[in-house]
Design a protein around this ligand. Sequence first.
Ligand code: NA7
Length: 503
Amino acid sequence: MSERSESKRPPGQNPEPRHLPDRVNAVIVGAGFAGLAAAMALRAQGIDDFLVIERGPSVGGTWRDNTYPGVACDIPSHLYGFANHPNPQWSGLFARGDEIRAYLERVAGLERIAPLLNTTMLDARWDDGVWRVRCSGAHAGEIAASTLLLACGRLTEPKIPDVPGLESFPGPIFHSARWDHTTDLRGARVAVIGTGATAVQLVPELAKVAEVTLFQRTPAWIVPRDDRAYSPAERASFTADPAVLARLRDELYAEGEARFASRSGDRDAAAAARAVALQHLAEQVPDRALRRALTPDYAFGCKRVLLSDAFYPALSSGAVTLEASALAAVEGSTLVAASGGRHTVDAVVLATGFESTEQPYADLVRGEHDTLAAHWDRGMTSFGSTVVAGFPNLFVLDGPNASLGHNSSVLMIEAQAAYAARTLARHPGVRRVDPAAEDAYTDEIDRAAASTPWISGGCRNWYVDERSGRLTLLWPGTVDAFRATLDTDGGEFLPVTIERGAR
Ligand code: NA7
């Protein structure tokens, strides 16, 4: 919002700052995994003079927002937590969403990280050596900070499909990340739109109580989940001996890194993993026509590979009607598929994913010349997946080229947070990244991505920016390679080479 429009605001809508210090060393925006990691990393470097602002009513990010039935993580629990906060009590190999949310609440408490809740960043601008961050909500006002850390998440803004008539649907309709717990779906005819990571968790649970019609535009590659609960004895051993847990974490890390080959296009590894997925499908879906409809026609790894042992059985059992085409139009309570199929339902769940490539925070942040959105008008770019030319003293966590398809994102976030904190501690003052370094880094990313299935695998995925066809979300390497990239001798902004990892 411009100064001008701010001055036009009616009295009373821009209350004086409350509880906001005039100036801090750093402002962290967001209190999910990335925001908490940033806060801990700053503390570890002896930096206490920071503020965390959070637009929601509590910490937790993704795990606060996603409360759909069956919500869980598809990365092993003991790898999906902070390295300095192992949790011996995870219930099983994969943690449920509510457990992860509780874990984040607990860590925030233990670390005495108290974000300013219900406080939204209106905008942030670089003003001659300082970031001026304007906030609305519970702690409205302006705060000056030397450094701005954006930890706003990457899959936060629901993507609502542009389908004619959608807004006129007469019954309950909501996005999977905004689950309406006041709506009783028991016995209802419910359409689920989408077959991504959310839908494969949600559909089997919903099918237990409702009559589900699933709109599948593109089938996913799905491999066995092989989830299991940890026994009380195992959890006791994790508690009693931290070395047991550390070993398990190391094993899970190595398994994750090994998965990179199959996801990134190594021919043999992809063929082996594809065979596992096809066997899984064959074993769980005896009906040939259904099996054909569920078989992807694009390269393994092009989209996020999903883990489920319950999705195919739900479809196979007849509990779910598969509409193997996109939702194309809505006419009253009838959903019209691209195939021409018509389905009359009582409620609609949009499991249609998120605005990943054009992050809403990008419009709000103005650097030396422009907004992040303008700088990223052909897709997100960065140096080190973390800093951006023209945006001094800004760190973006889990933003450009920082996601993973093969291993835990928390590992990436921790590497970025450590890098940012190290840089702050060792290089006070104004820190700029050379635009040439950002260009070179972007070229490296493009080169590394070119031959991967994410770019050339014949699918549409949320890792690629449609405006440029560039891989802008995913890191096209291993976690080891990312860690090496950011381990730049004390946080200097040095040009780097991206290693593709073992091939
Ligand atoms: P995703 O993975 O972005 O999935 C969204 C799904 O919605 C995907 O299958 C889309 O099909 C589908 N979609 C979108 N519009 C339509 C229409 N009009 N008709 C039918 N289907 C449609 O989001 P998720 O929430 O499942 O997962 C997000 C991430 O969370 C996940 O990758 C993990 O990292 C955790 P498409 O495949 O584009 O053809």
